[in-house]
Design a protein. Sequence first.
Length: 220
Amino acid sequence: MYTKLSEFLKYLATHEQAETEGIPALDKLSDDLEVNRAALREQLAVARALGLVAVKPRIGTRRLPYTFTPALQQSLGYALLHNQEYFEEYSDLRTHIESAYFHEAVKKLLPEDIQELKDLLECAWEKLRGNPVQIPHEEHRDLHLMMYRRLNNIFVIGILEAYWEAYEAVGLNVFTDYSYLTKVWEYHSGVVDAIATGDFAKGFTLLMEHTELIAARPNL
């Protein structure tokens, strides 16, 4: 048992009914756990910030299915406010994660997933070729996440999802160099085409070349 977990988190993790039946009122829980109400409120607030519980009027408090993303978002958001240079380190971590899991992930994609990837490409190119030009940030995020959607690993998915919030926090979603964006989406098109034809080695090579672009992007 992890000794650093609060009494509330220990309770939450070990009571399956908390997801379907909800959590007792704080007064009762305070008595059951032998924790004073004020401390319990603080522990509940932490659980909400970590995305572990939902609190709704007239419904009460229920445990949510576990996801790694909210905890990462909280910690990474703090890190970037403290020092925005941490983004480069996290970006490097994300690149290694995408690299390590690429083959496993894309081999699990279903035909409908590949079609969705193609649809995202089409939407992105419409934005880039439109008048006025639009930055296909949502398509960029969704395309990368969709390639890994079939992985049965919530920690990998959490790391990848948290990256995109950080990407927005440092302003890369409003990056406006057109030639750079065009080059990025040419790589995306190549990756998706390779996945669609089963040439995963080519797709991997193109993805790794594409990740190097962010380090070499022009400063605006």
